[in-house]
Design a protein. Structure first.
Length: 181
């Protein structure tokens, strides 16, 4: 009887370790390789809110944990006040999850089950905010050096999305330092 229990424990442990290894094998490089190739770098953004008020800021993406995740930071230029840091990581097979913390004290969870597809990704909040709205961010590749970011909200169950703001971001080319290629 004790040998059966031992074999059962070994089998359960092996299956658990195998499942854990398969889960950890997913990275941003495996789930969204085009995003990992395209997004890293510094971007300067200009745009407008739905009201027409202009906005500008800087967005930076870089790989962390050897490509397992992407880190994003976004900082408005004055008089804007929005500042955020996000981590994008793998969600299942082909999906992406993003955890976004902002200067207004929030931490939100977004998912994109389809990952990066057709030169874009739509990260949608996975829950309804306490004030009764949902939100999403769309990151769309317009060209090699132009990224469009759109923030939208909905306050109804029919998910009628309304633009909050949109940004057109240009990749920043950095001058080489002396002695570098």
């Amino acid at each position: 009887m004790s040998s059966r229990i031992t074999y059962l424990l070994i089998a359960v442990t092996a299956i658990t370790n195998l499942a854990s290894a398969q889960t950890s094998a997913h990275t941003m490089r495996s789930n969204a390789p085009d995003a990992v190739r395209y997004l890293p770098g510094d971007w300067h953004c200009v745009g407008a809110f739905a009201s027409g008020k202009r906005t500008a800021g800087n967005v930076t993406f870089h790989e962390v944990l050897n490509g397992a995740w992407l880190e994003q930071s976004q900082d408005d230029e004055p008089p804007g006040t929005y500042h955020s840091v996000a981590l994008w990581g793998p969600e299942g097979i082909g999906g992406v999850v993003a955890y976004i913390a902002d200067g207004r004290g929030g931490m939100r969870h977004f998912v994109a089950n389809g990952g990066w597809s057709s030169n874009r990704i739509v990260l949608q909040r996975d829950s309804i905010a306490p004030s009764g709205f949902s939100e999403r961010f769309t990151y769309a590749r317009e060209s090699e050096d132009i990224l469009k970011i759109t923030y939208e909200i909905t306050r109804d169950s029919a998910a009628t999305w309304r633009m909050g703001d949109t940004l057109s971001c240009a990749r920043q080319q950095h001058a080489s330092s002396p002695g570098s290629p």
